[in-house]
Design a protein around this ligand. Structure first.
Ligand SMILES: [Ca+2]
Ligand SMILES: [Ca+2]
Length: 327
């Protein structure tokens, strides 16, 4: 499996300009690759195992798709239904997660766009792992270093700001009912109790903890057992801008929440302020094992990328990452 790398931050206005949801794909210009290369090298060290997983249901329906097309999964974001951003994230093929196109290779990206981002091409939109509408390609364009599409969306999901959805050309993925909603007050209280514990265990004072910001918090039944897990993103900046970010997957345990995955990062952001925080995108069961893979977006230096986490043998692992774009 070929993997690349990641990132995003929605708390910094400079980062916002690189955010796929607000960026105009036709005005982005390709510039230096230095920061990207450094970024990629850092992330290539991640474990990338997904290959042993058996894909049971991921094939394109030949009656509606040209047979040569592989199963593609994209991220949909934006504010206006008539023009949302669609980024290609992953090709699912033979139990492997593959990059949709080669990075830094405009010719390959144009080849990809001709096959997958043709005007009028329709994708099934999924939200919370289930059917939630249709995305129709309007146009595609080169960003800084990646290809992007603009799509018209018809959906029951309330996509905006940190609430994003997925889209796929597969006829079989995401056929269950959507299992995603806002947390209830007791769920929120239970998660925040856990979040506080995680921060205090890492040396954060109660005083500093008061500055914690919740980027988003979503209730989602990842394993389809009827009980909702919580996925949340949190940021905490000290006076000197030192950052402590948390990407958390929590599972209910009675009235409480226990941590199922703790992605805690403590770091000094660059002077330009770009954060490396990780935010939840959505879920889709890519390999048909009954547990939804978790898609997330991460910030970087004038860049963002996408991550996929998979639960294997009871533990969440990062199994894939790719650059959304990097300037
Ligand atoms: Ca569950
Ligand atoms: Ca799965």
């Amino acid at each position: 499996m070929r993997l690349s790398n990641v990132p995003n931050s929605k708390t910094d206005s400079r980062m916002r300009s690189r955010d796929p949801r607000t960026q105009d794909i036709l005005t982005r210009k390709a510039i230096g690759r230095g920061p990207i290369i450094a970024f990629v090298i850092g992330l290539l060290l991640l474990p990338l195992l997904f290959g042993s997983v058996k894909i049971t249901g991921a094939h394109a329906d030949r009656t509606t798709l040209p047979p040569k097309l592989s199963t593609l999964v994209c991220v949909i974001s934006g504010e206006e239904l008539r023009e949302m951003s669609m980024d290609a994230v992953v090709i699912v093929e033979g139990g492997k997660l593959l990059a949709p196109f080669k990075e830094y290779d405009e010719a390959d990206q144009q080849r990809f766009a001709k096959e997958y981002f043709r005007e009028g091409q329709k994708y099934r939109l999924t939200f919370g792992g289930g059917e939630a509408g249709v995305a129709t390609v309007q146009k595609s364009g080169q960003g800084c270093n990646n290809i992007h599409a603009k799509v018209m969306v018809e959906t029951s999901a309330k996509i905006h700001e940190h609430v994003m959805a997925l889209a796929t050309n597969s006829e079989s993925l995401g056929r269950q009912p959507s299992a995603r909603r806002a947390p209830t007050d007791p769920e929120r209280a239970a998660v925040m109790e856990l979040v506080k514990k995680i921060y205090l265990q890492r040396g954060v004072t109660t005083l500093l903890y008061r500055s914690l910001k919740v980027t988003n918090l979503t209730a989602i039944d990842l394993d389809r057992d009827g009980k909702y897990e919580m996925v949340g993103s949190f940021t905490l900046a000290s006076k000197n801008k030192f950052e402590r970010d948390l990407f958390l997957i929590a599972a209910p345990q009675g009235a409480r929440m226990r941590a199922d995955y703790v992605g805690f990062q403590a770091y000094q952001p660059p002077a330009e302020g770009f954060l490396s925080s990780i935010d939840f995108v959505d879920t889709l069961d890519l390999d048909g094992d009954g547990i939804g893979e978790v898609f997330a977006i991460q910030g970087g230096f004038d860049a963002y990328g996408y991550l996929i986490y998979k639960k294997q043998a009871g533990r969440w692992h990062k199994v894939y990452h790719m650059i959304g774009d990097a300037c």
